[in-house]
Design a protein around this ligand. Structure first.
Ligand code: RTP
Ligand code: MG
Length: 140
């Protein structure tokens, strides 16, 4: 049996507003991921600042928090083989100008400020972000 792991993905407010949630979920399901838990929610400033604490002090930090808190997001826990690396490769480069066509950012985004989707970047980030967004998750 191939070992399955979890990752955390969040469709950002621009992705939800543009009606891209269904397409994005479909991409992950088609690739072989299983949805463990998912919800539409509003991120408040305290949660946004904790989620992006590694970027505190950077020139884009305030704008990033404004953006993430501006409207609903779609938060999801995915399970699959090599979940973090495969989800990140499907999401594509942070700056859509560098993201390849066929990736989510490469197909739907043009600006680094509004780049549609977040994906955890390490096993430690997965633990931290699932705890932040879903609490002590025991999704089936
Ligand atoms: P994310 O955390 O959202 O999945 O994105 P990422 O790992 O690909 O990129 P990261 O370096 O963690 O940056 C987090 C988010 O901050 C915004 N950003 N803006 N204006 C800028 O230069 C700039 N750089 C980063 C983006 O929304 C990025 O996804
Ligand atoms: Mg990141």
């Amino acid at each position: 049996m191939l070992e399955k792991t979890r990752t955390f993905v969040m469709v950002k407010p621009d992705g939800v507003q543009r009606g891209l949630v269904g397409d994005i979920v479909k991409r992950f399901e088609q690739r072989g991921f299983r949805l463990v838990e998912a919800k539409i929610m509003r991120v408040d400033r305290a949660l946004a600042e904790r989620h992006y604490s590694q970027h505190q002090g950077k020139p884009f930090f305030e704008e990033l928090v404004d953006y993430i808190t501006s409207d609903s997001v779609f938060a999801v826990i995915l399970e699959g083989v090599n979940a973090v690396a495969i989800a990140r490769s499907m999401i594509g480069a942070t700056n859509p100008a560098a993201a390849l066509s066929g990736t989510i950012r490469g197909d739907y985004a043009t600006s680094v400020e509004y780049n549609i989707i977040h994906g955890s970047d390490s096993a430690e980030s997965v633990e931290r972000e699932i705890a932040l967004f879903f609490g002590a998750s025991d999704g089936v």
